[in-house]
Write a protein that binds this ligand. Structure first.
Ligand code: LMR
Length: 397
C-alpha cells in the first residue's frame, strides 16, 4: 500500500530551519521562523523561566496526568493576562481556559470544536495570514475563505477588509490577529478594532482571535486591546493564546484555548465540549510549560523579572526596525522599506518579491519566507550593513 504514497514538500516556514542549518556561508542570516533572537543570533532561555524551572525541580512531586483542561493554576494565571486583571468578563465568570499544546494546539481545538458544533459554518482568514491557519482549518473540514488585508502598495487595506467582512454570511467565523499580525506586522488601530466589532456584531459573526504574540507589539496590555474590547462587548468570542514567544518556551508547547460566553452556564457547556476535543486529539496537554508559566505569574518577583525581560525583547525588536530603515538610507531605499519601521511584532511583510527572496538566499545566505516575510528579531547590529547591501543588490541599486 505504501508504494502509492506521494512525497510532498515540507512546511515552508519550518523547512527554512533545515535549509539555514545546511548553508555554509559564514555570513548567513536567518530571518525565517518566528523565534526571538538576541544580538548574537541565539534564542536564550529567559532568566525568569530558568528560575521557575529550578524551583519546579525541587517542588515537583508527581508526573501524573493533569486533565484535559490542563493545570487549573495555569488557566487562573492566563485568563487575567489575556483578558485583564480587572476584567468584567472574569468578574461575570464568562470565560474559561483550556490549556493546549501551543497556540497551534489551541487553534486545532477551536477548529475541531467549530467543525463539530457549528456544522456548515465557514471560516474567514486574512489574505495573507499565517499559512498554517489554512492547514489547520481545512484539516478539520471547515470551508476556508479569505478577506483582503494588504493592498498592492504593501499597506494595510482596511477598507478592503471591512468591505469583505460586511459580506460574510451570518454566523460564520472570522479569524482576527490580536496583534503583531503574522505575516505582515500591520495591526489594527483602536478605532479600527471598534469598526470591526460593529460589523461582527451586525453580521452575527463568531470572532476567533489568534493571540500568539502578546507583549511583542506595544506591551502586554496594549496588545490585548482588541481581545478585551471584543470579550467585553460581545457575548461570544474564541481566543487562542500562546506562551511560546512571550515566555520563549517554544518547545514546551504551551498555549490556551479561551471561550468567552454569554453567561457562566453557556461557558461551562462549551468548556465541556473543549475537554472532549482535547481528549480526542491528545488526551492531556504536556505539563512542564504550563507549570513554568504559572510559577512565574503567581510569583510577584518572577513576574516582574519576566515583564522586564519581555520589555527588553520588544524594545530591541522595535529599535532594529528603525535601524534597518536607517541602514538602507545610503542606498536611497529607506522610503521604499519605511513600512518595516511602522509595522509591529516579530514580522515584517517587507515587499521583497519571491524572486528577490530567492536571490537573497542563493547569493547572500539570507533566509526568509518566500512571501517576503522577515523575522525582524533576526536582524542584529552586526548583520544590518550586510543585509542592507544585499537588499540594495537585489533591487539593482
Ligand atoms: C512562524 O510563523 O514562524 C511561527 O509562528 C512558527 C510557526 O510555527 O510557523
Amino acid at each position: 500500500m505504501f508504494e502509492r504514497i506521494e512525497r510532498v514538500p515540507g512546511d515552508a516556514i519550518l523547512g527554512l530551519i533545515e535549509a539555514f542549518k545546511k548553508d555554509t556561508n559564514p555570513q548567513k542570516v536567518d530571518l525565517g521562523v518566528g523565534v526571538y533572537r538576541d544580538d548574537n543570533g541565539n534564542t536564550p532561555v529567559m532568566r525568569a523561566v530558568k528560575e521557575a524551572e529550578t524551583r519546579l525541580l525541587k517542588s515537583e512531586t508527581t508526573k501524573t496526568y493533569i486533565g484535559s483542561h490542563g493545570a487549573p493554576a495555569y488557566g487562573d494565571a492566563v485568563l487575567p493576562l489575556v483578558l485583564g486583571a480587572d476584567s468584567p468578563v472574569l468578574e461575570a465568570d464568562r470565560a474559561s481556559a483550556t490549556q493546549s499544546p501551543g497556540g497551534t494546539g489551541a487553534l486545532r481545538l477551536a477548529a475541531d470544536f467549530i467543525a463539530k458544533q457549528l456544522p456548515g459554518k465557514g471560516i474567514w482568514v486574512s489574505d495573507p495570514t499565517w499559512p498554517n491557519h489554512h492547514g489547520i482549518f481545512t484539516a478539520a473540514g471547515i470551508e476556508l475563505h479569505k478577506y483582503p488585508y494588504v493592498d498592492a502598495d504593501n499597506r494595510l487595506d482596511f477598507d478592503g477588509m471591512l468591505a469583505a467582512i460586511k459580506k460574510i454570511p451570518d454566523g460564520d467565523v472570522v479569524v482576527l490577529h490580536a496583534c503583531c499580525h503574522n505575516p505582515t506586522g500591520f495591526d489594527l488601530s483602536a478605532e479600527q478594532w471598534q469598526t470591526v466589532l460593529d460589523v461582527v456584531r451586525e453580521r452575527n459573526l463568531l470572532p476567533l482571535i489568534d493571540f500568539a504574540y502578546q507583549g511583542f507589539g506595544q506591551g502586554l496590555d496594549e496588545d490585548a486591546y482588541g481581545v478585551r474590547l471584543f470579550a467585553e462587548q460581545l457575548d461570544e468570542v474564541i481566543i487562542t493564546s500562546s506562551c511560546s514567544k512571550n515566555f520563549g518556551i517554544y518547545c514546551e508547547r504551551t498555549g490556551c484555548l479561551i471561550a468567552v460566553a454569554k453567561d457562566a452556564e453557556q461557558k461551562d457547556n462549551i468548556r465541556s465540549q473543549f475537554a472532549i476535543v482535547a481528549r480526542e486529539n491528545y488526551s492531556n496537554p504536556p505539563a512542564h510549560g504550563s507549570a513554568i508559566v504559572s510559577e512565574i505569574l503567581h510569583d510577584a518577583e518572577l513576574s516582574a523579572m519576566w515583564r522586564d525581560e519581555l520589555t527588553e525583547m520588544r524594545d530591541r525588536v522595535n529599535t532594529l526596525r528603525r535601524d534597518f530603515v536607517e541602514a538602507l538610507k545610503p542606498y536611497g531605499l529607506d522610503k521604499k522599506y519605511a513600512c518595516v519601521g511602522e509595522q509591529r511584532g516579530m514580522f515584517s511583510y517587507t515587499g521583497l518579491t519571491p524572486d528577490q527572496v530567492e536571490r537573497l538566499r542563493d547569493e547572500f545566505g539570507i533566509y526568509m519566507v518566500r512571501s517576503g516575510r522577515a523575522n525582524v528579531a533576526g536582524f542584529s547590529q552586526q548583520n544590518l550593513p550586510y543585509l542592507a547591501r544585499a537588499i540594495a543588490v537585489v533591487n539593482d541599486v
